[in-house]
Design a protein around this ligand. Structure first.
Ligand SMILES: [Zn+2]
Length: 282
């Protein structure tokens, strides 16, 4: 960290009265003299301007003095002018952060963290903090306290959050259990239904097989029947004829037997008649 004196000023040309303005980028203070005092170094800084009036070209010379004591604090200012009247001026010391320095320090701190070397990180952090404290005790203390407070709040908040998350997870688990049971029951029902459908399918398939077989048999028989219809008819007719023939034969036999029986009966009748006549004649 280094210090930089910044400021602004307004001055008026003594000849034409034109106002001029000096901004922070216009000043370039150089250390002129220094001495060691009770609270450290006292330094005198001087910025000089030699620029003619923009309006009337009058020569103007300005000289600004800033006394820094103790370090970082403006103790005293002084100004001199020729050809112009200084209307207003103000100066302050800015602590100019060396940005490279900050980046290097941050990298130095982050490296052991990334390597999980917490002992090294702690050591470097303490070094860093002490160096900051030496440079600016008040700011470092305030920043540290604020950081600790923020860290505490963040920690508390994250603990609270994780606790909430844990609770809600428990509730969710409960939900999951119920859902699991429900799904399980549904699955069982579906399995039953599936089994029922499967068994019905099998029944249908068996019936279908039977029908198919019958149809096949029918298909097998059909051509035979169709092709031999005449033969079958002839067969039946022949059978019928045979049967009719047999019928007539039987009838003939019956008739013949009847005739024979009548003959025998009449013969027996005649024999009986003769024997009775002979008995009467005697
Ligand atoms: Zn002028």
């Amino acid at each position: 960290m280094s210090y930089q004196i910044v400021g602004s000023a307004i001055y008026k040309c003594t000849k034409c009265g034109a106002k001029h303005y000096l901004h922070r980028e216009d000043f370039e203070f150089n250390a002129q003299s220094g001495s060691e005092r009770q609270m450290g170094a006292e330094t005198q800084y001087v910025a000089e301007f030699d620029e003619p009036c923009h309006n009337c070209d009058q020569d103007i010379h300005l000289e600004f003095e800033v006394w820094e004591y103790p370090a970082g604090i403006i103790n005293y200012t002084n100004e001199q002018s020729e050809g112009a009247e200084i209307l207003d001026s103000s100066f302050e010391i800015e602590q100019e952060r060396d940005e490279d320095d900050g980046v290097i320090e941050a990298v130095k701190l982050a490296k052991p963290l990334l390597q999980f070397r917490f002992d090294k990180f702690s050591e470097q952090f303490v070094d860093f903090w002490i160096s900051r404290y030496r440079k600016d005790a008040k700011t470092t203390t305030v920043v540290s306290i604020v950081s600790i407070l923020i860290a505490a709040v963040v920690l508390g908040f994250s603990i609270y959050n994780s606790e909430q998350a844990r609770k809600s997870n428990q509730e969710k688990t409960q939900d999951f259990k119920e859902q699991y049971v429900l799904l399980r029951a549904t699955q069982e029902n579906l399995t039953d239904l599936e089994n029922f459908i499967l068994s019905k399918k099998q029944e249908i398939s068996a019936t279908q097989d039977l029908l198919n077989k019958l149809q096949e048999q029918k298909a097998e028989i059909e051509p035979i029947v169709a092709a031999n219809q005449e033969v079958v008819d002839a067969l039946f007719a022949q059978q019928r004829k045979e049967m009719e023939k047999g019928l007539w034969f039987e009838r003939g036999i019956s008739f013949a037997l009847g005739v024979l029986a009548s003959l025998i009966a009449s013969v027996i009748w005649h024999f009986v008649g003769r024997f009775r006549k002979r008995g009467d004649e005697k």
